[in-house]
Design a protein around this ligand. Structure first.
Ligand code: ADP
Ligand code: MG
Length: 257
């Protein structure tokens, strides 16, 4: 357990440390489209891995396999060293939180109610306990003062931080982010990345698909470059960014940096 200050600087919050997550030789096809062609991922507990790569390379599909929104045709997914493919997908999804590009908050519910919904329905928490936990996680992302408003009154960046708080409230052991800042106006990106960096510093295990190379450099312990359904290169950020070995990664970096 580690203690950190929330982005608001208001009050300390306590997080449990994440567990390791891995995939072994994961294959997946949509019809004749072979999208994942043997993906091995190994993310140690309490570390962050960033996945980069061109559009269509299979990054989102890989994350969906990890939190069981998709079943691989072949291969394995492990949490804390144990295969989870035989587990109930609904329970597994509580262990692996995911944040998407589009946050999908319920527009007619308050920010707090968006978070308590999963806690009462899936976690079986009572109303008061759920409300208290929602507030705690909103505080972690610096938005406790927005608990009673509707999402539409928030900026896109704030809405995404609510989506992060919603995922955290389920007390996941691993967090997956799929281009969480790609739909945001540029001035809103920083706040969301700061929240993600805080979470990494608190010891959450994270797999982050992103185009934010600055975040990958400063926060990740490991970067994986995917192309055509394979991890083409992986290693420490300095190594990948300063000394890419393959022509494919060199070309990709020259386009995005
Ligand atoms: P990335 O996130 O790297 O852009 P995706 O994992 O979204 O890549 O997509 C990889 C490939 O899988 C693409 O060719 C895409 O068209 C295809 N694909 C993704 N999801 C589906 C789906 N649900 N049904 C059919 N094809 C899909
Ligand atoms: Mg994608």
């Amino acid at each position: 357990m580690t203690t950190e200050t929330s982005p608001s600087g208001a009050s300390p919050s306590v997080t449990s440390t994440g567990v390791s997550v891995a995939t072994r030789d994961v294959h997946l096809a949509f019809g004749s489209n072979q999208v994942l062609r043997g993906v091995d991922l190994e993310v140690s507990a309490a570390t962050t891995a960033c996945v980069i790569g061109p559009s269509g390379s299979g990054k989102s599909t890989l994350l969906r396999v990890v939190n069981r929104l998709l079943e691989p045709d072949r291969g394995d997914v492990l949490l804390d060293g144990r295969s989870v493919l035989a587990d109930n997908p609904d329970l597994l999804r509580q262990r692996v939180g995911m944040v998407f590009q589009h946050f999908n908050l319920f527009p007619h519910k308050t920010v707090r109610a968006n978070i308590t919904l999963g806690l009462t329905r899936l976690k079986g928490l009572g109303k008061d306990e759920a409300a208290e936990r929602a507030l705690h996680h909103l505080d972690r992302v610096g938005l406790a003062h927005k608990a009673d408003v509707r999402p539409a009154t928030l900026s896109g960046g704030q809405q995404q931080r609510v989506a992060i708080a919603r995922a955290l409230a389920m007390e996941p052991e691993v967090m997956l982010f799929d281009e969480a800042t790609s739909a945001l106006d540029p001035e809103l990106v920083k706040g969301v990345l700061a929240t993600m960096a805080d979470l990494a510093a608190e010891g959450m295990t994270m797999v982050v698909v992103t185009h934010e190379m600055g975040f990958a450099r400063s926060v990740a312990q490991q970067v994986l470059f995917m192309d055509h359904g394979r991890v083409v290169e992986s290693g420490a950020p300095e190594q990948l960014f300063e000394a890419p070995r393959t022509e494919r990664l060199q070309r990709f970096l020259s386009q995005v940096l």
